[in-house]
Design a binder for this molecule. Structure first.
Ligand code: SF4
Length: 570
């Protein structure tokens, strides 16, 4: 039923990882604790690295003096695992993991996956479907009456009524299905500290920025279409999703959504961390390793071991991207000093071999970007679509300089940019394109034009395909000058709402004309909460026009097969 072997569980109860946050009574005893303040439960294995939400929040709370323990991938047939450190004094925080648990378990064609990068040995089966709900039930069994706060991507994206692709129906807010007390949505460092302080002081958990809960909405709250209205009129999901996107972007305003007689109150997001606060978070004492109790390596740890998060948020506002709802569109960057400090720390790692695989984030070349007006004065859904907003200030030269400084640190042989870059911004600065191509691309550069057909790109909020072609020319000439043979790997999507078979044929023709075989083709998955998912569910574009949607797996398969024959799919 779950992937953790008896041997692994036995080792987990007897770890040698004293610098990690406690995972068992022995760890607590080593710290002189007889109880926890806060128990964090995660659907991922425990990797003590700031790229993972639960360990990150654990370190943030620890730095505030809270006694925090982590239970990773607990058994779900009994509450024993979840109860092994005893009842915490304040509350339990639950995350389904780095991915929505349904997305982690099923392919775009609803087939069961066998792999899971966030689990020891990379094997699926270590967490249940709808992990946030299952873990909340376990907490309720083990510790009746303990406040439960849901967080992480699964709860964040399912915070309001949402379409669930895996059952092909509308679901209520996950708060109601899980019967939890609160959802902390988005990047929750400040939110979780406020919650901890309030519970400790016996104060109510109402109106905390970055949370949603059931209750009485303030008089000025903006009403979203109710769960029942969306059920009857699917187009209402588009309006609700756009209002939630705006709330995240503007950072103000309370939303309310009725579910029957109950009201889900979505408080405004927590203020974004500024550069100094971000630097402080990444400076916390992470071991940057997988917990030593695991007998097998965790693939996700290997993927991020030599990468550095330098930036949060993305101004792109692509309609299919969950980031707009989770991290927001306002970019926040760490200082170059903080990034370089982390580079130097990596060079001291016992397995260091000299190469940094990434210095980036959701969009690497947005590092250092700023907007010169207040979020509430912005009425655009994207900083980059249909063209770059005049208020967006870029720092691509500074980003290139940061990469070069990282490369010049003692012990560093290579620095690569593994994160996505926006080619539509890169072409504005040929010197940036030159430097990036000649010094920081490791043979292949992954780019995401996503499609070639104009009306599909518009629905995605992606810029004109000619900009991709222009970047290609710059990339080719930069490679020629640097005497390098390197390639672009374009990421494209099939079966996006509004995309017809003819559009996929046009994309396939473009690949053929280039003499390229498509390598990275994702069939659109309607993940909860996004604008594109509302388009899929309602069969309408955001402007209210009706669109064709490949709803059946048969048509989705057909579109996908035009680029990737069934036999070649991974
Ligand atoms: S004003 Fe322009 S740059 Fe600023 S957030 Fe809005 S779209 Fe982005």
């Amino acid at each position: 039923m779950h992937g953790t072997s008896l041997k692994q569980r036995a080792r987990q109860s007897c770890p040698d990882g004293s610098t990690f946050l406690p995972i068992c009574r022995q760890d607590m005893a080593r710290r002189g604790w007889d109880e926890l303040d806060i128990l964090l439960v995660s659907g991922d294995a425990y990797i003590d690295h700031p790229a993972f939400g639960v360990p990150l929040l654990g370190r943030v709370l620890e730095a505030q003096g809270y006694r925090v323990g982590i239970v990773a991938q607990p058994r779900w047939d009994t509450p024993d695992d979840i109860a092994r450190m005893g009842r915490p004094k304040l509350f339990a925080g639950i995350s389904g993991g780095s991915l929505d648990s349904m997305l982690a378990h099923y392919t775009a064609f609803r087939k069961k996956r066998h792999d899971d990068a966030y689990t020891p040995g990379g094997k699926a089966g270590a967490r249940p479907n709808r992990a946030s709900i299952v873990y909340t039930n376990l907490i309720r069994q083990a510790f009746p009456g303990l406040p439960v706060v849901l967080g992480g991507i699964e709860a964040s994206l399912r915070r309001a009524a949402h379409y669930d692709f895996w059952t092909d129906r509308l679901r209520r807010s996950i708060l109601l299905d899980a019967k939890a007390d609160l959802i902390a949505y988005g990047m929750s460092e400040q939110t979780i500290m406020t919650i901890a302080d309030r519970v400790r002081n016996g104060e109510p958990l109402e109106a905390i920025p970055g949370t949603c809960g059931l209750g009485t909405p303030p008089a000025d709250a903006r009403a979203l279409p109710s769960f029942e209205e969306i059920q009857t009129t699917p187009e209402c999901l588009l309006g609700a999703s756009q209002a939630i996107e705006e709330q995240v972007h503007h950072g103000v305003g309370t939303l309310v959504q009725a579910h029957g007689t109950r009201h889900l109150v979505i408080n405004p997001p927590a203020p974004l961390l500024d550069t100094a606060a971000l630097d402080d978070v990444y400076d916390l004492p992470f071991t940057r390793r997988t917990h030593p109790s695991y007998a097998l390596p965790v693939p996700a740890e290997e993927m991020i071991r030599w990468s550095i998060t330098a930036v949060r948020g993305c101004g792109g506002g692509c309609t299919f991207c969950a980031l707009a709802l989770h991290q927001g569109r306002r970019v926040r960057s760490r200082s170059s000093q903080s990034v370089l400090k982390e580079v130097r720390a990596l060079t001291k790692h016992p397995q260091w071999k000299g190469a940094i695989s990434d210095i980036g984030g959701p969009t690497a070349n947005l590092w250092g970007a700023t907007c010169d007006i207040a979020p509430t004065d912005c009425h655009r859904p994207s900083c980059l679509f249909p063209s770059r907003c005049r208020h967006l200030r870029l720092s691509q030269k500074d980003y290139l300089s940061l990469l070069r400084q990282a490369k010049s640190q003692p012990g560093v042989k290579h620095v690569r940019v593994g994160s996505g870059i926006r080619f539509d911004l890169a072409i504005e600065d040929p010197a940036f394109c030159d430097g990036l191509t000649a010094e920081f691309v490791g043979g292949q550069l992954k780019l995401a034009p996503e499609h070639s057909v104009a009306h599909v790109l518009r629905l995605m909020r992606k810029t004109d395909f000619t900009l991709f072609e222009r970047f290609r020319k710059l990339f080719t000439s930069a490679n020629r000058r640097a005497a390098k043979e390197q390639y672009i790997v374009p990421y494209v999507m099939s079966a996006f709402p509004g995309c017809r078979v003819e559009d996929m044929k046009a994309l396939a023709t473009w690949f053929r004309q280039q003499g390229w075989r498509p390598q990275q083709v994702q069939c659109f998955v309607p993940t909860p909460g996004t604008i594109a998912t509302a388009m899929f569910y309602s069969e309408h574009a955001p402007d209210g026009t009706s669109i064709h949607v490949a709803r059946t797996d048969r048509e989705r398969e057909k579109q996908h097969a035009l680029l990737i024959p069934r036999a070649k799919r991974r």
